[in-house]
Ligand binder design. Structure first.
Ligand SMILES: [Zn+2]
Length: 358
């Protein structure tokens, strides 16, 4: 057994309704492909629990929780200050969100206790949610709840979060901006060209957390070799210096070149490489303890193979995933611009990290 997967059919309730890019059929699509492509001897499916109020309150406000459950949220209401219009609450969605947070917690506890060291929380990576505000299709921030729970309930001292979603993880960034126990490395499309418009190199944390937020904004079109360069030059050396006890990687298939909401350039092979490189980092620094949270993706043909590529990267079998839409693959990989970004990240962070000072 190499992989533990926290999944429940009830996750399908995390669905923003017809016409919205984020629908609830994504989870079952992934599980179907997984069961078709991977031998059942290589993974186990664990039924996740629901996150408790106590766990959600590690990150979110009581007032916000009460609002989400009040029924006011999906009626026309003056309560809009808690939710962005792109994140319209539906009946049953709050409950499904608690289950997705629970899946992240279940996966983290499995990996932490040495169950399979590599665990997956299906549906996770809801990184735009803030303490008291839901946006970008995210109402609870499972990444942040999972990290806080490891710190407060499991006795962890240092956690590395690698956010490989195409969008910057503004919610996670905000929540841990002053937290030196969490190294947050966020690789995303240049915020001048994509939602949420944050995640610039100069955003490096604040107070005791200064230097523990690392933003790597990539030019549109950045492809496999650009990602490989960032993982080797930024993620690996920082992880070796920080020495985390666990790595949490979040992000689904939206950095793929055929994604309909973004303009990055990863291939399926590239997504697998990202999974493999992050897995190798976890292997090198924390006994392979790795949690993958996969939820994003806005091209149905790429969604499930993209998630499978990511989670099979670290330990999985050699899957033959067929690349759809090869005709639209860009040949311009933007490696030269990415090298410049990496240079600027190192320059900005060298007062805080020996590995960048040389
Ligand atoms: Zn995204």
């Amino acid at each position: 057994m190499t992989l533990s997967i926290a999944y429940s059919d009830k996750m399908k309730g995390y669905d923003f309704g017809p016409g919205h890019p984020f629908r609830g059929d994504r989870y079952a699509r992934f599980m179907d492909l997984l069961r078709r492509m991977v031998s059942s001897a290589d993974f186990e499916v664990v039924e996740p629990r629901y996150a408790s109020d106590e766990e959600l309150l590690l990150v979110h406000d009581r007032e916000y929780l009460d609002f989400l459950r009040s029924g006011r949220a999906w009626a026309w209401s003056p309560g809009r200050e808690f939710l962005s219009p792109d994140t319209p609450l539906q009946p049953g969605l709050e409950e499904a969100a608690r289950l997705i947070v629970g899946a992240a917690l279940t996966a983290a506890e499995t990996a932490w206790r040495g169950g399979p060291a590599h665990a997956v929380g299906v549906g996770g990576g809801l990184h735009h949610a803030r303490r008291d505000y839901g946006a970008g299709f995210c109402i609870y921030n499972d990444v942040a709840v999972c990290v806080r729970s490891l710190l407060e309930n499991q006795g962890a001292k240092r956690i590395l979060v690698v956010d490989t979603d195409a969008h910057a993880g503004d919610g996670t960034c905000h929540i841990f901006y002053q937290e030196p126990r969490v190294l947050f490395i966020d690789i995303h499309q240049d915020p001048r060209t994509l939602y949420p418009g944050t995640g610039f190199v100069r955003e490096i944390g604040d107070g005791r957390g200064t230097g523990f937020t690392v933003n790597v904004p990539l030019p549109p079109g950045a492809s496999d070799d650009a990602y490989e360069y960032v993982l080797d030059e930024i993620v690996r050396p920082l992880a070796e210096e920080f020495q985390p006890e666990m790595v949490i990687r979040n992000g689904g298939s939206d950095p793929h070149f055929a994604d309909e909401l973004t303009d990055l350039g990863l291939t399926l092979k590239g997504l697998k490489m990202v999974g493999a490189k992050v897995g190798a980092v976890a292997e090198a620094v924390c006994g392979g303890r790795l949690v993958d949270l996969v939820g994003s993706g806005y091209n149905q043909a790429v969604l499930a193979p993209g998630w499978l590529a990511l989670v099979s990267g670290p330990t999985g079998p050699d899957l033959q995933l067929e690349e759809p839409f090869l005709f639209s693959l860009r040949t311009d990989h933007r490696l030269a611009e990415t090298r410049e970004v990496v240079k600027s990240v190192k320059e900005t962070l060298k007062p805080y990290w020996r590995c960048f000072a040389g």
